[in-house]
Design a protein. Structure first.
Length: 795
């Protein structure tokens, strides 16, 4: 057993199928974020954080080897929990339906045996233990602030092969129930669900086959019973036929006839037939009706027509032909989606081959429609999974609904990027820039857009952080800058931020943000849009309601007239579109009623905010959090990053106090003219300017990399300041020349890279506090020896 575990036994990586969650722990991982493999596990972490008896805990703590007879299996519990009293507990977080399965029960039992005499306990926690309301909701609300520093049955055959999913069976003795539907059918075990109360039972397949042979178990379709069909379920023709039969039964009852014979009932039957103006039914037919009526408890259901149950249940096709069709059906149900015509030709070929080899025992070739009907008898679930894929079928079952419920604003916020289907122009030069990216954060509960970022910056940590700045802070200044008078009340840090598996969300910089803002980051499985249904749907709304009729909109192939070129149709400048988009967002979209509640996003946000007020974030504290984080060595020359030197008097004071060491720095990817350096002693960030400030001020990291590449191409030797300045001027002239040339062209081309270099759509990050001229007071005792300080002073 390990007492001090620095890293999980199993390293959790990106997953295409799992709901990976990054939880901002306090008691685990030295107060840094941890990765867990499900949403349920992340909710359990909240219980551990608020449990005063828990000292620390470790996810995926250790892999144990368990003996199972002669085999050795491995098992890794979800958590190892250490309590303040010294006890240790291993915890498995598992949904109840899985935890109660035979496999896991045996596994847990072997693990408990392995823990014997180790002074360690084991417990299984399920969703009922975790989702205790309102306790869990309160934990979620409080934690982020605690963390932050501040079937078709027409061809059924009477055999045990009919025990397959979706079939209803009857138990004549009512054990374990009267009627049940087969939920899962394995080779050795069948799981059924009582159709009255939903309770499940496990049956041994061999025993069920034996019981079926005795007649104690029947298929509902075999019994030719009408089941629970009501009169209203019948067709109009069947209802008229039922009423007609009942008229004869009622007439016989009125005349006191209970035994129908030709002598007792023949005359009455003829009179009623004359009255109904129809051919007289045979008296024996009426006797059959009367018998069915009495056997049904003198209810009309005994008179329902049984046309649907007529006909033989035995196949009319040779069993060998059926086997050929069955084998070829497997080829039909593939993701390559072969056509039914191909399958029919293959069947024809195989039957022809049989007839050539067996001229005295030929087989009849089935028609195309016969083959089609036999192959399509398969369960709908199997058909969709095999030809469309499991994920597509799951999305179909979800019916475009996420299945996720929220009860308040900021409980769950979804973030995603997309490339807009619109070309825009340069604000001043009116030249074509291209299609901008938009990053959107949307609140799941209210459907309100929390914030966005519109620029030519590729999806990256930088674009995400600028979008988060816009989302987390109040919008008053932002709306004023765009001269928009509408209200946009959204602001605040979410409890859970839902992302995809993009590199920008898995990078070390974004992980550092998770540690500081206190939000839980949930990574969605790939190609499962229902996990981010709000933001995915919002992009669709933008395409249909905003972009559709704007000049320069991009159409899909075949969806526009011949010769249409969106680039040449562009008329809106970048700023004009941004103002137009914000106006539509705040005046139209936020005031559209939501189908589920009938309330608008504005109304839902304000109502929820009244119940649970949202604190206003401090821009001074939030800005450094959302900047990129890295570590560098502090030396007597200051700090070097991006092949640039950063130094100041205050940094020299820090060096005199602490000497050379590794320090945490933060930088703005859109302006490398300065960095922030963390002073561990005073717990503040110090703003340090670049020594070549005239070059680096306002320069983005992207543009700096381009400048360095240009300078390297021009001169292979060591770069100096003059090289960088020349390269910077050269690139600037190239951009101006490109815009000028584009303006003269009749057919313009996109300038997205130039727009990215110009930081179009990127607002400056303003540091409210500039402490670059502060001094750190250092109390040092030293001997005034005659030593060289390389221009430094000890005063």
């Amino acid at each position: 057993m390990r007492q001090n575990m620095k890293s999980p036994a199993r390293k959790i990586k990106k997953s295409a199928v799992k709901n990976i969650v990054r939880f901002p722990a306090i008691k685990a991982n030295s107060g840094k974020a941890i990765l867990v493999e499900s949403i349920l596990e992340s909710k359990f972490c909240l219980h551990l954080e608020f449990n005063s008896d828990v000292q620390t805990y470790f996810p995926q703590p250790h892999t144990f080897k368990l003996l199972d007879g002669d085999e050795v299996n491995t098992y890794t519990p979800d958590f190892e929990v250490h309590y303040t009293c010294g006890d240790r507990m291993y915890v498995e977080v598992k949904p109840l339906a899985y935890a109660q399965s035979e496999h896991y029960q045996q596994l847990f039992s072997r693990f408990e045996d392995a823990l014997y005499d180790t002074n360690s306990g084991f417990m299984v926690v399920d969703e009922f233990d975790i989702y205790q309301q309102p306790l869990l909701s309160n934990y979620e609300k409080l934690y982020q602030y605690r963390k932050r520093p501040s079937l078709d049955m027409s061809h059924l055959h009477q055999s045990a092969e009919n025990f397959k999913e979706g079939v209803i069976i009857e138990f004549s003795e009512g054990n374990p129930c009267s009627r049940a539907i087969i939920r899962a059918a394995g080779k050795h075990e069948i799981i059924i669900a009582d159709i009255t109360n939903g309770s499940t039972h496990k049956l041994n397949r061999e025993e069920l086959d034996s019981t079926y042979a005795t007649g104690l178990v029947k298929l509902l379709a075999e019994t030719r019973d009408l089941g629970d069909i009501k009169f209203a379920d019948l067709t109009e023709k069947e209802q008229r036929e039922t009423n007609r039969k009942y008229r004869y039964i009622k007439k016989l009852q009125e005349n006191g006839i209970s035994k129908v014979t030709q002598k007792s009932a023949g005359k009455i039957i003829k009179e009623l037939a004359l009255e109904l103006d129809e051919n007289t039914p045979h008296w024996q037919s009426v006797r059959g009706w009367y018998k069915s009526f009495v056997e049904a408890g003198c209810k009309m259901r005994g008179l329902y027509p049984k046309h649907r149950l007529k006909g033989t249940r035995q196949p009319k096709i040779d069993i060998r032909v059926l086997e050929i069709i069955k084998k070829e059906a497997k080829r039909y149900y593939k993701l390559s989606q072969p056509s039914m015509a191909s399958i029919h030709r293959n069947i024809e070929d195989k039957i022809s081959a049989h007839n050539i080899d067996n001229p005295k025992d030929p087989l009849l070739t089935p028609t195309y429609l016969t083959v089609q009907s036999r192959i399509l008898e398969e369960l709908y679930q199997t058909k969709q999974k095999s030809r469309q894929g499991t994920r597509a079928f799951q999305a179909e079952l979800a019916s475009a609904q996420s299945g996720i419920e929220t009860t308040r604003i900021l409980e769950r916020v979804e973030i995603d990027h997309t490339l807009l289907d619109l070309h825009v122009l340069h604000d001043d030069l009116k030249t074509l820039l291209g299609r901008p990216y938009i990053t959107v954060l949307i609140d799941h509960y209210s459907h309100m857009v929390l914030g966005f970022q519109l620029s030519f910056e590729n999806p990256s940590f930088a674009s995400v952080c600028i979008a988060c700045m816009n989302a987390f802070l109040p919008k008053d200044a932002f709306m004023s800058s765009l001269e928009c008078e509408a209200s946009w009340p959204a602001h605040g840090i979410p409890a859970t931020l839902v992302t995809d598996n993009g590199n920008e969300f898995w990078g070390k910089n974004f992980i550092a943000v998770a540690d500081e803002i206190g939000s839980v980051f949930q990574y969605c499985p790939i190609r499962k849009g229902n996990y981010k249904s709000r933001v995915e749907r919002f992009f669709g709304i933008v395409n249909s309601m905003v972009l559709d009729d704007l000049p320069g909109v991009v159409r899909k192939p075949g969806k526009s007239g011949d010769g249409y070129d969106a680039r040449q149709e562009a008329r809106m400048t970048f700023s004009e579109f941004k103002r137009y988009f914000v106006t539509w967002l705040t005046t139209v979209y936020h005031n559209l009623p939501i189908a589920e509640s009938g309330m608008t996003p504005n109304e839902m946000w304000l109502a929820s905010e009244d119940e649970c007020p949202i604190p206003v974030e401090d821009e001074v504290e939030l800005t450094p959090i959302l900047m990129a984080t890295d570590t560098r060595e502090l030396s007597k020359g200051g700090i070097r990053i991006f092949v640039l030197d950063y130094n100041s008097n205050i940094l020299k004071d820090m060096y005199r106090r602490d000497g050379p060491k590794t320090v945490t720095i933060k930088y703005n990817p859109f302006d490398i003219g300065y960095i922030l350096v963390l002073d561990d002693l005073n717990k503040v960030y110090l703003k340090i300017d670049c020594e070549n400030y005239s070059y680096a001020s306002g320069l983005s990291k992207f543009e700096h990399d381009k400048v360095r590449a240009t300078a390297r191409n021009a001169r292979k030797s060591k770069l100096d300041d003059l090289d960088l300045q020349k390269a910077k001027v050269k690139l600037s002239k190239e951009r101006e020349s490109f815009h000028s040339r584009n303006a003269r062209r009749k057919t313009q081309v996109t300038a997205s890279k130039a727009a990215r270099s110009d930081k179009v759509g990127v607002d400056d990050i303003k540091l409210v506090v500039d402490n670059s001229k502060q001094k750190i007071q250092v109390d040092l005792e030293y001997n005034e020896d005659d030593i060289s300080l390389d221009g430094w002073s000890m005063d």
